[in-house]
Design a protein around this ligand. Structure first.
Ligand code: HEC
Length: 294
């Protein structure tokens, strides 16, 4: 596979140093070149960012109504939807949701030695529609809709720039606390469908997506223009394709890192205590040494 460089190294270096440089999506020779992925504004970005509970609630709605018909999020349990730091739905509502979930849990064996299906409980994982990968592939034309629980961690924004460009780019990401590459990619992927350009050979059953490496993806565009779901009046945003994509991506970011809110809050508390301790130690030292002549 050959990496295609679109920008001259010098220009990229200058852009990266000026802080407007952009990491490039993987450019694979297999199909076309994946387009540049824009950085989005996320409430949970940076050193102090936190999830927006309303956004997580809307994002779960999009997952439930759209993505769950193909994808599982098995690392998330129904009870996680109730916990603080996440969508924090009402426990009774989540119990009812679990009981009515289309994808049942296989349990057992019962007293007759048979496996049986039952309704999910709060402690159960959120399953997708398929019993296993083979079933998924046979129904999805050979493609496999992956589990989305860790998707925003598994993907990222890559660059094919040379190592000497990488260093300033990495320094900038460290300084700004940038860790949202996976979310930027998933959002871009969801809104990145378009007509294949002329001359592009699109295999049967595949869709053109300008951000997917190779530009051919088996997933049909999941969110139509105008949005896929109706949001409630008080949901905090109006439904649209971009808003649905953003909300479901934020929800998936939470699924992949559910303790982010708590961790960042704790970080600030620890910094505050360290500051107080430093001041105390400084004044204690001054007091102890005042009587000693220098
Ligand atoms: C009709 C089934 C279907 C629906 C609905 C669907 N997907 Fe997919 N999705 C797929 C398939 C199939 C793949 C595998 C694509 C491939 O490998 O070419 C996939 C792949 C993905 C990937 C992985 C892309 C990568 O980089 O490998 C992400 C992320 C994703 N889907 C997110 C979503 C989200 C979010 C939703 C809901 C808004 C959704 N999907 C709805 C079928 C679906």
């Amino acid at each position: 596979m050959t990496a295609i460089r679109t920008v001259a190294p010098l220009r990229m270096a200058l852009a990266a140093i000026a802080g407007i440089g952009c990491a490039q999506a993987p450019a694979l020779a297999a199909g076309g070149e994946a387009a540049h992925i824009e950085r989005q504004e996320w409430s949970f970005a940076g050193v102090g960012g936190q999830y927006d509970r309303n956004q997580l609630r809307r994002g779960f709605q999009v997952y439930k109504d759209v993505c769950a018909s193909c994808h599982a999020i098995e690392r998330v349990k129904f009870r996680n939807l109730v916990q603080p730091g996440g969508p924090q739905f009402d426990e009774e509502a989540v119990k009812a949701l679990a009981a009515g979930w289309d994808n049942k849990i296989t349990d057992g064996p019962n007293d007759d030695g048979e496996m049986f299906e039952r309704e999910p409980k709060l402690s159960d994982k959120i399953k997708g529609p398929y019993k296993n990968e083979k079933e998924a592939r046979s129904i999805q034309n050979g493609a496999y809709p992956p589990d989305l629980s860790l998707m925003t961690r598994a993907r990222g924004v890559h660059t094919d720039a040379s190592w000497y460009i990488h260093i300033p780019m990495m320094a900038r990401d460290v300084l700004t606390g940038y860790a949202e590459g996976g979310a930027d990619y998933v959002y871009a992927l969801l809104i990145g469908y378009e007509e294949a350009p002329e001359g592009f050979h699109l295999a049967e059953g595949m869709n053109y997506n300008k951000y997917f490496p190779g530009n051919q993806i088996a997933m049909v565009p999941p969110i139509p223009e105008g949005g896929a779901v109706e949001y409630l009046e008080n949901a905090g945003a109006k439904s649209s394709k971009e808003q649905n994509a953003k909300d479901v991506t934020a929800f998936l970011a939470w699924a992949a890192d559910p303790s982010l809110n708590e961790r960042k809050q704790l970080g600030w508390t620890v910094m505050f205590y360290l500051l107080i301790t430093t001041l105390l130690l400084y004044f204690a030292k001054k007091k102890i040494w005042t009587r000693v002549k220098h």
